[in-house]
Ligand binder design. Structure first.
Ligand code: PLP
Length: 452
């Protein structure tokens, strides 16, 4: 049996897949945060290059990948797929388990799949500088890498608590030539007003977004980039699933279940949407499961309504499963999953019953991550351990039911920058977090945004 399934460079997909073309109910439009009217592309023009705005609203099923982007993808794509023979054996399962490994990218996660085309389209339209925010640093490092390749300045506003507590991602960004500022900073109105109230503010993703957006609005040659949630970001990630289809064909297999961790939805969309197409077009019934943390459970315990993308109110209102834009998740180690909302497309799919979601506590996830590292050799990012925990539950269920499903999951990144959290887990010091119903109700009660 073949364990590693590889592809050649010319098998890198030539187009991204836009699931909107196949959705029975299209995602609802973004609304202006003040007037609550649907916004047109012109409102997004100060923030994003025109080509990305077009991709955000396109109904085309396939969008061609520029040759220059495919050339850069060749640095790490096609990414390998593995049959998880070690994990299957360790679990004693009859399920067949495969994973697609996105940790081989220069930044160590799936995020460069969208950072590279975003930097490319900005360069095409003469943009000189891109601003962005980053929490733990995964998106910031992916964008720094991409901007360096295309000769664009990159300014990253990094949540102060991570800037101080997790210096290595910052140094990685500096190595790729980016400017990294702890947020809140003195460089923006938004930052100064927060610091005036609390000079020691640890910052938050919402504040950092406000800073990056404010700066992009002010200068003509500066734009903003987002690493998840938006339609064009999800679409860029579909290279993952499109490659996976070809790899499983080579292995003579097809999945019954597809799993990915869920923050804002981009790596889940990336692996799942190309398979969901078989459900939507051919009536297949592949189960696509999004795995989220029990401390930030927007899909399993949030509500489907319009909400802001940030805490300060600078972004449009998006139709999303949300815990409320003021929700502050517990400081779990899967930093990339600590976002209050979900992208419009994944939210619509969940509302229509076309995808599933499950929530996991952090100890079960780290336990799954350690099992995986010992069985397969790769140390997974804490985010990715949520998918592994899902796979282990599904494999155990299959054993109980006497079935043998084929399961594919996305190993969206490696955990080499997360050794401190593994250290805590191994020392028995990692604490469990699950948000209470009162906390969720209190956060949702603050919302005055439109219902759906
Ligand atoms: C950012 C990130 C996530 C979460 O974001 P999605 O948009 O939901 O994919 C998950 N895993 C890793 C490794 C990340 O860097």
């Amino acid at each position: 049996m073949q364990k590693k399934i590889t592809l050649t460079e010319d098998e890198i997909p030539e187009s991204w897949y836009n699931i909107v073309a196949d959705m029975p109910n299209k995602p609802l439009p973004p609304l202006h945060p003040g007037t609550h009217e649907p916004i047109g592309p012109e409102m997004l023009a100060p923030l994003f290059p025109m080509e990305l705005i077009k991709q955000e609203v396109t109904a085309d099923k396939w969008v061609g990948i520029p040759e220059e982007v495919r050339e850069v993808y060749k640095i790490w794509r096609p990414t390998p797929m593995f049959r998880a023979t070690g994990l299957e054996k360790m679990l004693g399962t009859r399920a067949k388990i495969y994973y697609k490994y996105e940790g081989v990218s220069p930044a160590g996660s799936h995020k460069p799949n969208t950072a590279v085309p975003q930097a490319y389209y900005n360069k095409q339209e003469g943009v000189k500088r891109i601003t962005t925010e980053t929490g733990a640093g995964q998106w910031g490092s992916a964008l720094s890498f991409a901007c360096q390749l295309f000769g664009i300045e990159c300014d990253v506003y990094m949540v102060r608590a991570s800037y101080e507590g997790k210096p290595y991602r910052k140094i990685m960004m500096n190595t790729w030539g980016a400017n990294v500022y702890p947020s809140p900073s003195e460089r923006t109105q938004a930052g100064r007003s927060i610091l005036a109230q609390d000079p020691n503010s640890p910052g938050s993703l919402g504040i950092a977004i406000s800073e990056a957006v404010e700066l992009a609005m002010q200068a003509d040659d500066t734009k903003y980039a987002l690493g998840s949630v938006l339609n064009h970001v999800l679409m860029h990630q579909t290279v993952i699933g499109l490659e996976a289809i070809t790899q499983l064909e080579k292995a003579g297999d097809f999945p019954d279940i597809v799993v990915a961790p869920f923050g804002g939805g981009s790596n889940f969309a990336g692996i799942a949407f190309p398979f969901l197409r078989y459900n939507l077009e051919e009536g297949k019934s592949i189960r696509c499961i999004a795995a989220e943390p029990a401390s930030c459970p927007k899909l399993t315990r949030g509500v489907f309504r319009y909400d802001l993308g940030d805490t300060v109110g600078m972004t449009p209102l998006l139709p999303m499963y949300t815990l409320g834009h003021n929700f502050i998740p517990a400081p779990i180690h899967a930093g990339g999953l600590r976002y209050h909302g979900a992208g419009a497309i994944v939210s619509q799919l969940l509302n229509d019953g076309l995808i599933e979601a499950q929530a996991f506590k952090q100890l079960e996830c780290f336990d799954a991550g350690i099992k995986f590292a010992r069985a397969e050799g790769i140390i997974p990012a804490p985010e990715a351990t949520h998918a592994i925990a899902t796979v282990i539950r599904e494999a155990q269920r299959a054993n109980e039911e006497g079935t043998s499903p084929t399961i594919l999951f996305n190993l969206c990144g490696h955990g080499h920058f997360d050794m401190a959290s593994y250290e805590q887990y191994l020392a028995g010091k990692l604490v469990e977090h699950e948000v209470t119903q009162e906390e969720i109700m209190a956060s949702l009660a603050e919302l005055d945004t439109p219902l759906i």
